[in-house]
Ligand binder design. Structure first.
Ligand code: NAP
Length: 277
């Protein structure tokens, strides 16, 4: 089989039509004048491992992996980064020249970089973080918040057991609260994060009482459709520093793009516009 000289990458999920990643990577490839293609691939569950072994043979240098396959990468990959191991899921695969598949998770990196860019004065060590939600995205958020030194994470999830599991996995800097208490977690918080899907277009609204939000708190929402969720709107009115979730999606893509196409891409207004078009 002849190998393409033009590097190929892409995103694997099911469904995949909604993914913004092809638009993002396509924008960067054009912007930097780099040879390469980034392709969305809807792969059925029973063909996943086989597809991942075939792709390097036809010129792919790596792929992103999205819902519902991120956890499965833990079984399929040959090498797994420490952060992907901690999170228990991978979103970025590197196809190495020796044939091995290396899995990494850049969601937590994207989350932190988005806060650093959107709230340059944010000091994660200056107070507790309140985190709503304990699903897949929450694991990456919690690992990265602990990594940058938050003194305490106040965690609340509709299904308390899932939050308790995160505490078991990640230790005693996490304190779990009932979902009905979620509105009480914001006082003195340096950081507030919504990792639930509430507030997303087509889903229920986040109905947690928000009157405890304090001026100066950095508030972010992983939901980016709409860009300004109710949480962010109310937080802004309360004098908080708000950062929308689109930036996390953009920043998590940086390490993969750099590795596959050889150029570290920048994230600015043009990048956001390209994805929002
Ligand atoms: P997930 O694993 O399915 O978790 C969903 C979370 O939302 C759980 O905590 C769930 O609580 C909670 N939830 C759902 N419906 C609820 C309701 N009616 N009332 C209260 N809580 C409810 O999903 P995920 O992968 O973590 O993703 C969560 C959100 O983050 C999605 O909107 C996703 O698009 C977004 N996200 C954004 C980025 C980004 O780059 N900005 C990256 C990853 C994810 P239970 O445990 O009780 O079900």
């Amino acid at each position: 089989m002849t190998l393409s000289k033009i590097p190929l990458a892409g995103v694997i999920g099911s469904p995949i039509a909604h993914s913004k990643s092809p638009r993002l990577h396509g924008h960067w490839l054009r912007r930097y004048g780099l040879p390469g293609h980034y392709i969305p691939m809807d792969v059925p569950h029973d063909k996943l491992a086989e597809t991942l072994r075939l792709l390097p043979k036809i010129g792919f240098v790596g792929v992103n992996v999205t819902i519902p396959y991120k956890e499965q990468m833990m079984e399929i990959a040959d090498l797994i980064s420490d952060r992907a191991t901690l999170i228990g899921a991978a979103n970025t695969l590197i196809f190495r020249k020796d044939g091995l598949i290396h899995a990494d998770n850049t969601d937590g990196y994207g989350f932190i970089e988005n806060l650093r860019q959107g709230a340059p004065d944010w000091d994660p060590k200056s107070g507790p973080a309140a985190v709503l939600g304990a699903g897949g995205a929450a694991r990456a958020v919690i690992v990265s918040l602990l990594d940058v030194g938050v003194p305490e994470i106040r965690l609340s999830n509709r299904t308390r057991l899932r939050a308790e599991k995160l505490k078991d996995d990640f230790g005693n800097r996490i304190r779990v609260y009932d979902w009905v208490q979620a509105g009480n977690l914001f006082e003195d918080a340096a950081t507030v994060v919504n990792t639930t899907s509430l507030g997303m277009t087509g889903k229920q609204e986040l109905r947690v009482p928000l009157d405890g939000l304090m001026p100066g708190t950095v508030v972010t929402d992983l939901v980016y459709a709409p860009l300004e969720t109710r949480l962010l709107r109310v937080a802004k009115e309360a004098g908080c520093v708000t950062v929308d979730g689109l930036g996390m999606l953009l920043h998590q893509a940086v390490p993969g793009f750099e590795r596959w196409f050889g150029h570290r891409p920048e994230i600015d207004a043009a990048t956001r516009d390209a994805v929002l078009l």
